[in-house]
Design a protein around this ligand. Structure first.
Ligand code: ZN
Length: 270
């Protein structure tokens, strides 16, 4: 039995609604799957709690009235032939699975949400990294020259890909440092170029054009046959393009048109 099947049967097992065969099969799985056994124990605990609540529920008349009024139920309907205790006992068994599920949803969903890994798109994470670089929160490796940085970068990704290097020396802009960041399990090579009162950071990683934010503005360079995607956040502008299976994002405070021009001039068709 697979975990997915086991997870589906756990509630029924706790509620003793399984056939002999199903029961034997899930019990065998619980015997050697720690994760499913944990889920089973949680489900049992929830059931115990609900049962306790079901038998002990007792609401003072005043509060009962307030709750019902709050939910817009007219006072006439306030009179229950039986007390809420008996009500809970009578309807309890019917409500319990649904109530249990509701509790699970209310308690577990926010937990599951909080436990999710940080899944910010890589393109937006690049903008955040750029903020950190500008704020001096991220220390960069300085290199003698572009070549040294390039070799260090290639080694950092075990030769799987190379950074998209730009020769901006004609603009008196040179690489001043680099780094390697891991975003959602992907290695991103960072090269910071600076000089002539401007700064551009290049982020290179393995990816597809899907890595462009949904809100990005596409631009198709008919001469180079390359699609560029421009996007901005706060004071930062970015241009993404693909060469083969390598994605490059240039990030700068430069005006978006100038940054796009720079990316277009330097891009190569893969
Ligand atoms: Zn399992």
């Amino acid at each position: 039995m697979k975990c997915e099947e086991a997870q589906e049967l756990i509630t029924a097992l706790v509620d003793e609604e399984l056939s002999h065969l199903e029961r034997a099969s899930i019990e065998a799985h619980l015997g050697d799957c720690l994760r499913c056994r944990w889920a089973y124990e949680q489900e049992q605990a929830v059931k115990r709690e609900i049962h306790k609540v079901g038998v002990s529920i007792s609401v003072p008349a005043e509060l009962k009235k307030k709750i019902l009024t709050y939910h817009g139920i007219p006072p006439k309907e306030l009179e229950f032939p039986m007390g809420w205790n008996k009500m809970a006992l009578a309807v309890g068994p019917l409500l319990r699975p649904a109530f249990g599920l509701a509790i699970l949803l209310v308690v577990l969903l926010p937990m599951i949400y909080l436990m999710q890994p940080h899944t910010q798109p890589i393109s937006l994470a690049a903008l955040e990294i750029q903020e950190k670089i500008m704020g001096g929160e991220l220390s960069l490796r300085t290199a003698k020259d572009q070549n040294e940085l390039r070799h260090w970068h290639i080694r950092a990704v075990n030769g799987k890909f190379a950074p998209m290097d730009y020769d901006l020396s004609s603009m008196h802009v040179r690489p001043v440092g680099g780094g390697v960041q891991e975003i959602n399990g992907r290695k991103v090579l960072v090269t910071v170029y600076s000089g002539n009162n401007m700064s551009v950071t290049c982020f290179t990683f393995l990816g597809t054009e899907e890595d462009a934010p949904k809100s990005a503005t596409p631009f198709f360079d008919t001469a180079k046959k390359i699609k560029f995607y421009t996007f901005s956040r706060d004071r930062l502008n970015a241009v993404l393009h693909r060469e083969g299976d390598v994605i490059c994002i240039l990030v700068s405070k430069m005006p978006p048109e100038e940054l796009l021009d720079l990316a277009r001039v330097k891009a190569h068709q893969a």
